[in-house]
Design a protein around this ligand. Structure first.
Ligand code: SIN
Length: 297
């Protein structure tokens, strides 16, 4: 029997009574899946997972993605994307350090954007007894519901473009700015032409109906949306800024303070997330798996 304890106002719940290192029977898995889609973000404390066990659990939800950044995949386990500021013996980054600089949902620039991500905390930075490197999640369903009806109707007719190319350029500019401010960065410096070519821009509706919950979600994000279609770039920038300000109001947010052994899952259709970078050079090591979602229209 699992226990689900709601934490945030609109999203976020702790699930206890589950050992994810063991295969879940169908009934328990169905309860976990229902709690996940209902709460949009769920976490399990005190797990002890090998990469193979994390893969086996998340694969129950669907097909796993291998990230376009091949250099940040875990050796021998392509489905695990390593997030870390740690360096190997040659001074090479062992993972992507920069993931989550902007509000985004994972792989939203793909024709089949990710349905969910699962992040397992292996090593968490702690300073003066306080865990650093929190992750924040904003409910795009709650944000949509809170809009006036006239705005909802307007947005339902709008389209936006998600662009991995523009995102990488923006991220690179952010990294340059960090370096100017003396903040150590260990990420790759530029995506390869091959990586960029493998993820062409994708145009999709601003409002998506969640395929499981049937809730309406805002599918635009600060990281990957390059622009709204049918208007000038300047108009698009102004319109998006207002929407982002609305979506990231404190009432729509759950902030997670990590402990080693947390397995936290978020719904990439119903929430956006953002990392914090307040810990370097204290080491942080996380393993992420992402499950492919249905094609966008
Ligand atoms: C991400 O998946 O965007 C990174 C989240 C984090 O490292 O806190």
């Amino acid at each position: 029997m699992i226990t689900v304890t709601r934490i945030g106002k609109h999203l976020g719940a702790e699930i206890s009574g589950v050992d994810l290192s063991q295969p879940l029977d169908d009934n328990t898995f169905a309860q976990v899946a229902a709690a996940f889609f209902d709460n949009e973000v769920v976490y399990f404390r005190n797990q002890s997972l090998t990469p193979a066990q994390q893969i086996a659990f998340t694969r129950r939800f669907g097909v796993l993605e291998a990230h376009v950044r091949k250099e940040s995949r875990l050796g021998g386990h392509d489905e695990i994307f390593v997030l870390s500021n740690k360096l190997d013996a040659n001074g090479k980054a062992i993972g992507a350090q920069d993931a989550g600089r902007f509000w985004h949902s994972d792989l939203s620039y793909k024709r089949e954007p990710s349905m969910l991500s699962a992040l397992y905390s292996v090593e968490i930075p702690v300073k003066d007894g306080i865990a650093l490197g929190n992750t924040y999640f904003a409910s795009t369903t709650a944000a949509f519901n809170a809009l006036p009806d006239t705005m909802k109707q307007r947005l339902e007719h709008m389209r936006n473009v998600h662009s991995y190319r523009e995102y990488r350029l923006k991220n690179y500019a952010g990294q340059q700015e960090d370096e100017r401010r003396g903040i150590r960065t260990v990420q790759e410096h530029a995506p390869t032409p091959e990586q960029l070519a493998s993820v062409p821009d994708t145009e999709m509706n601003v409002v998506r109906v969640h395929p499981v919950t049937q809730r309406k979600c805002l599918f635009i994000n600060e990281g990957h949306t390059s622009h709204l279609t049918g208007m000038s770039r300047a108009e698009s920038v102004a319109e998006l800024a207002k929407l982002y300000a609305h979506m990231t109001q404190p009432e729509f947010i759950y902030g997670h303070s990590w402990r080693p052994g947390d397995l936290l899952m978020w719904d990439n259709i119903a929430v956006q997330h953002k990392a914090t970078f307040d810990y370097d050079p204290l080491p942080r090591l996380m393993y992420r798996t992402t499950v492919r979602g249905p094609a966008v229209i």
